[in-house]
Design a protein around this ligand. Structure first.
Ligand code: PCA
Length: 331
């Protein structure tokens, strides 16, 4: 059934269109355009996946719903995107899930070091945490459409890092609370820097090391400002595409179905693309002169100690909900 809000809107448009002549009626009454802020650049595989999602939505709705992507924080900066969608300033958007961990620890479960360091484990953890994630979002009038993980996270530096203490005193780029905490525990000095600002932050000396994916390293041309990548595979943080519930509910039933179907396809395509991305972007690092090293036993041990501390802290913060998520993950 059509919603009253939709009818009102359509009714108003019909009146306006009638004034313009009948030819305008169909087009004027049928079209909804959504602006979609995203944090990462056009060449990023997440953004490309979103472009394919948007195209699917257009195709499936015969153009009655179109999504205009505003990438690289051009419409809203990354830290503002969630609230923009919540307030309906943008109907739909993309966010790194763990960026919201300050609001609720459940959002940070995918950035606990070494808890789920492979695609299979990451998928299991996603399934285990999805109900809690959806519930927290719903409380804010937000609906989860899909998630896609980044490739596994490794350490970038201007030298080979053979043990945790090599990170001491380094100005360390962070992208969420977990990377900030990891830097602190390693004795480094964390600074939050969004992906589009990475090259400048390195070239001006604001930061000199970071932990992120081969994807973000390659897209930032890490070879211009550092030399070593350590493939530590610490965790796979996810991006999520969320929609304002009110905006979603005001779509026609057919449009809602088109969005949900396209989201399901995007999730599958994105998880596969992420795996491919791990290989191609690691190779790109090598091809451009970065030394890609398998982490030493000592480095892994030192990071594991940090991981244990962070895991205990996470469990403390996430309380009963967190315990239930871990329980579901382990079974
Ligand atoms: N890239 C994003 C999040 C994790 C990743 O691999 C970043 O570095 O901010």
């Amino acid at each position: 059934m059509l919603q009253s809000r939709f009818l009102n809107r359509a009714g108003l448009r019909l009146a306006a269109a009638t004034a313009l002549g009948l030819a305008g009626v169909a087009a004027a009454a049928a079209e909804t355009k959504w602006d979609m802020p995203t944090p990462y650049g056009d060449s990023n595989f997440h953004t490309q996946n979103i472009a394919a999602f948007a195209k699917d939505v257009t195709d499936k709705t015969d153009g009655s719903l179109t999504i205009q992507i505003h990438s690289a924080g051009s419409l809203f900066k990354h830290p503002e995107i969630k609230n923009a969608v919540r307030k309906g300033l943008a109907p739909i958007g993309e966010v790194l899930v763990s960026r919201l961990s300050n609001e609720d620890a459940v959002f940070g479960v995918d950035s606990v070091p070494f808890l789920a360091p492979s695609y299979d484990k990451s998928w299991k953890l996603y399934q285990a945490s999805k109900p809690a994630l959806e519930e927290k979002l719903a409380a804010q009038g937000l609906q989860l459409l899909y998630t896609v993980p980044w490739p596994p996270q490794g350490v970038y530096a201007k030298k080979e890092v053979t043990q945790g203490s090599d990170l001491k005193g380094l100005k360390f780029r962070a992208y969420n609370a977990a990377t900030e905490r990891l830097a602190q525990l390693a004795g480094a000095v964390p600074t939050q820097v969004e992906v589009p600002d990475i090259p400048t932050a390195f070239s001006t000396g604001r930061v000199e090391a970071m932990i992120t994916s081969p994807s973000t390293g390659a897209n930032s041309k890490a070879w211009d400002f550092l030399t070593h990548y350590h493939d530590t595979q610490a965790w796979l943080p996810k991006n999520m595409v969320i929609v304002n519930k009110g905006a979603f509910d005001s779509l026609s039933e057919a449009e809602q179905a088109a969005v949900l179907e396209s989201a399901e396809i995007a999730e599958k395509r994105g998880w596969e693309a992420s795996k491919v991305e791990t290989t191609t972007k690691t190779k790109m690092l090598v091809d451009n002169g970065i030394t890609v090293v398998q982490p030493s036993k000592q480095l892994i041990e030192d990071l594991a100690v940090i991981g244990e501390t962070m895991s205990a802290e996470w469990q403390e913060q996430a309380g009963e909900t967190g315990a239930a998520v871990l329980e579901a993950y382990k079974n």
